[in-house]
Design a protein around this ligand. Structure first.
Ligand code: ZN
Length: 89
């Protein structure tokens, strides 16, 4: 695909930051994927062509409003996943 959703890159990067600040109930890949999916469903997609991709992502990433939106959604997603954990250990 010549286009991709810039928000995917941003949400994945911000998840790493998020994880350093907040202790997650479970930090396995399954719960992480669930959280990322929840956030990406709520945040509007920002598609860009792969050629302009890196600059476009950087431009979005320095937007403080967008950063706080993503952080807020990550926090919400972490609570939802913690309450609906769908695996045993
Ligand atoms: Zn888990």
């Amino acid at each position: 695909m010549p286009v991709f959703n810039a928000m995917e890159t941003i949400v994945v990067n911000m998840f790493d930051e998020f994880q350093k600040k907040y202790e997650l109930k479970c930090d396995c890949n399954k719960c992480k994927d669930d959280m990322l999916a929840l956030v990406l469903n709520k945040i509007p997609s920002r598609y860009t062509s792969s050629e302009k991709g890196t600059l476009f992502v950087k431009g979005l990433y320095i937007n403080p409003q967008l950063q706080s939106d993503v952080m807020r959604e990550l926090m919400e997603a972490a609570n939802i996943v913690a309450d609906h954990q769908h695996h045993e250990v």
